[in-house]
Design a protein around this ligand. Sequence first.
Ligand code: SF4
Length: 160
Amino acid sequence: MDDKTGPVSKRYIVSSCLAGLATRYDATAASCGRVVAALEQGVAIPFCPEQGGGLGTPRTPAEIVGGDGHDVLKGNARVITRNGEDVTEEFVQGARQMLILAQLTGASAAILKSRSPSCGAGTIYDGTFSGNMVEGDGVAAALLREAGLEIITEKEFKYD
Ligand code: SF4
């Protein structure tokens, strides 16, 4: 329950893998000490949009082909696994679930794992599975940004 007599702390929705959960495609975490500290303070809510969209862990890695997450949301690009499977619907569904959780919990900002086709913010892989990067947002980052949340990568996030 919120303490109504004091200031309400800013809340963050965060990529689960940054909080130490083994949700990445290869069933590993990408723990970030500053995000874990925010979690311990009760101001961070972890969520993995790829799991939330129904994909398993471990899972085949995927990249956005034909644009970035904003293009995916408009129906102008797809998310394709390394094996050629189209997982666009799972990515979009997971992004929607993440936005719902952010809204339910009053999160005004998101701390997202850089480069991911879901969570990447500002830079993502180019869709060729070659390690090359392009400018753009992942699908969940795009939806959260379009909904007005402040988007921060784990590299930019500062927490005292
Ligand atoms: Fe982490 Fe986001 Fe990938 Fe899930 S989808 S493992 S939260 S980067």
